[in-house]
Design a binder for this molecule. Structure first.
Ligand code: 5CA
Length: 166
């Protein structure tokens, strides 16, 4: 039995529905799945979906240390972000984003931050390693919610710069 045989078909929680609406508003056909249990980490998500951890797109929020702007790094679940590489492209160091900052900047809580539909415009970088896969999975607004998409679609949705993140 796959995780999605146990997934509740509808209705989505409010935060997952927000992402489903953002996906549809951008003209994409993808469907958000909501699992019965939360998948708060890439490893949890990979286990639930039954894929390798590299196929999970982690959406990590940082804060520009000088400007205070929101920065989103969408990385392969297999990778650890080399913050100095992102900082070099950004033009300022990265600071840690506190949970309240993540919620204000994206409109979502840590563990459910999606690659699109954010409350504010985030400076966005996308890990080129994600392009290795035919399809990947991303969080969809809620710790229990995920959707599957192609890496090129992720890049279009998130509107970010492609980079070597690790
Ligand atoms: N739903 C899962 C799978 S898609 C998910 O959202 N995973 S994630 O990797 O994209 O988001 C979790 C990430 O949030 C962690 O990898 C970690 O980098 C970050 N995080 C966890 N706790 C905190 C915290 N207290 N402050 C800032 N970032 C945090």
């Amino acid at each position: 039995m796959s995780a999605f045989d146990r997934a509740t078909p509808a209705p989505l929680s409010a935060s997952a529905q927000k992402v489903q609406d953002a996906i549809a508003a951008r003209g994409f056909p993808h469907r958000v799945f909501e699992l019965e249990a939360p998948v708060r980490t890439a490893a949890d998500a990979a286990r639930a979906v039954g894929c390798e951890v590299g196929r999970i797109a982690k959406s990590l929020v940082f804060r520009g240390a000088r400007t205070g702007r929101g920065v989103l790094v969408i990385t392969s679940g297999a990778n650890r972000v080399a913050e100095e590489k992102v900082a070099a492209l950004l033009g300022e160091p990265l600071a840690k984003a506190e949970p309240a900052f993540v919620r204000e900047a994206t409109g979502f809580a840590i563990g459910g931050v999606p690659p699109l539909g954010h409350a504010t415009r985030l400076e966005t970088f996308v890990d080129e390693d994600l392009l290795r896969y035919d399809s990947i999975w991303a969080a969809a607004g809620h710790p229990n919610a995920l959707f599957e998409l192609r890496p090129a679609e992720l890049l279009a949705m998130a509107g970010g710069r492609l980079m070597g993140v690790r």
